[in-house]
Design a protein around this ligand. Structure first.
Ligand code: ADP
Ligand code: MG
Length: 405
């Protein structure tokens, strides 16, 4: 049995025209004799009737007191509406399909409502349904605890549903359909001359995703990588095959040249606060106490620099007030700078190439952009800038590394 997983994101399902494109991708692959698992997200984006953000807004409008377990129950409705809509449109075209919820499709998760982790995927029911239908539609983003409670997998969770099913079913490929022509060298909403990448390694795209390129969820890539299932990220609105994500060993001779590119792309995470703590007067383990206190309060920290006299790190803007309170309660007087953005230059070949940092610094200072902090690893160089400098930083670095060529 040749199985293909197709995942359609929110914008791919939001209008009647978009749904026609979805149907044409399904028909084309059925003509290739695939059995299809079609994973769907909730339709549309914020403000549209059944979008996830709209359901969340509905909770706020009604007192914002819904417990997490019940919130997940409501959120699951978004994907159910989307899946049943697609089923009905396919039926009209003479294509018989069936809809399975996350639970029916075999997703068992832990009980962390709103951000549950997949414990197991047992897709026996999908296999069974393939006896009667060539298309099984699965509601993305959701699962069920062992005691039968509905859970959701967090933002980008449908990507994870798709690759987890691809792995469990030994699918030939997982196609992630979205509103852009694959993975680009930067977010095309900000960098207009960003270029699509024909092929990327799991490691490259995973890095880009972790650094903020939200075209696919990093967890989804990790699952595909472990199972060695190729993924294609492509547009719902064209026949273009988009970006193939695979192991570098899977690159053919022509493609193998791309393994040598030293910069793959640029990504960003905005809305972070830089916190500076002076520890020069405190006990020698004060830095440790600072980070322990953040951990005890479940505040996630990033971009950490520790020096003999203090510590600098970032937290998300929405957690900064809480972080500052915790530090003040410890008797510290932290300084903070909110509204920053973390810009990342990503590439497997960065390691040890002389002069890359100099090029970054030069290109930003030429634009009068102040670098608030920097860090590097063997695959990524980060700079922290003020949010008002973010767009210009991304564009300058994109041009500096000739990613627009
Ligand atoms: P979906 O609803 O299909 O899951 P998302 O909004 O989650 O779609 O992801 C697609 C969006 O990701 C694009 O519209 C684009 O703005 C954004 N994006 C950010 N970085 C990149 C990148 N490097 N390449 C492609 N798209 C990117
Ligand atoms: Mg997405």
């Amino acid at each position: 049995m040749r199985i293909l997983v197709q995942k359609f994101g929110g914008t791919s399902l939001s209008s009647p025209q978009a749904r026609e494109h979805v149907i044409s991708h399904i028909k084309r692959e059925l003509d290739e004799n695939y059995k299809l698992v079609v994973v769907v997200s909730a339709m549309g984006r914020r403000g549209e009737p059944y979008a996830t953000d709209t359901l969340l807004e509905w909770i706020v409008q009604n007192g914002d007191a819904l417990p997490d377990r019940e919130k997940d129950l409501l959120l699951c409705c978004g994907e159910i509406i989307s899946a049943t809509t697609l089923c009905s449109l396919l039926e009209r075209e003479g294509i018989s399909s069936t809809v399975l919820t996350g639970a029916q499709a075999g997703f068992e998760t832990d009980g962390h409502h709103g951000n549950a982790r997949i414990l197991d995927v047992r897709p026996a029911r999908i296999i069974e349904e393939f006896n009667n239908h060539n298309v099984v539609i699965v509601t993305g983003f959701q699962g069920q605890t062992i005691s039968g409670d509905f859970t959701t997998l967090g933002r980008g969770g449908s990507d994870t549903s798709a690759t987890a099913l691809g792995a469990a079913l030994h699918a030939e490929m997982v196609d992630i359909y979205t509103d852009v022509n694959g993975v680009l060298t930067a977010d095309p909403r900000i960098v207009e001359d960003a270029k699509p990448l024909a092929i990327v390694s799991y490691a490259e795209i995973c890095n880009m995703a972790y650094q903020g390129a939200k075209v696919i969820h990093p967890r989804a890539v990790e699952i595909a990588m472990q199972a060695q299932i190729p993924v294609r990220i492509r547009s719902t609105f064209s026949e273009n095959e988009g970006t193939l994500v695979t192991h570098p060993e899977g690159f053919n001779d022509v493609q193998s040249g791309v393994v040598d590119r030293f910069v793959t792309g640029i990504a960003y995470v905005s809305n972070v606060t830089q916190i500076t703590v002076d520890c020069s007067d405190g006990p020698s383990n004060l830095q440790l106490k600072v980070f322990k206190s953040m951990a005890e309060n479940s505040i996630s920290v990033d971009f950490i620099n520790i020096t003999p006299t203090g510590a600098v790190y970032t937290v998300f803007d929405h957690e900064s007030e809480r972080a500052l309170c915790v530090l003040q309660e410890m008797g510290l007087r932290p300084k903070s700078l909110s509204g920053c953005a973390k810009v990342a230059v990503i590439g497997g070949g960065i390691n040890g190439v002389p002069g890359i940092m100099a090029r970054i610094v030069e290109s930003l200072t030429e634009q009068n952009i102040q670098i608030l902090q920097s860090a590097d690893s063997n695959t990524t160089i980060w700079v922290l800038v003020k949010k008002e400098d973010m767009v210009q930083s991304l564009r300058s670095l994109h041009t500096e590394f000739e990613l627009n060529r």
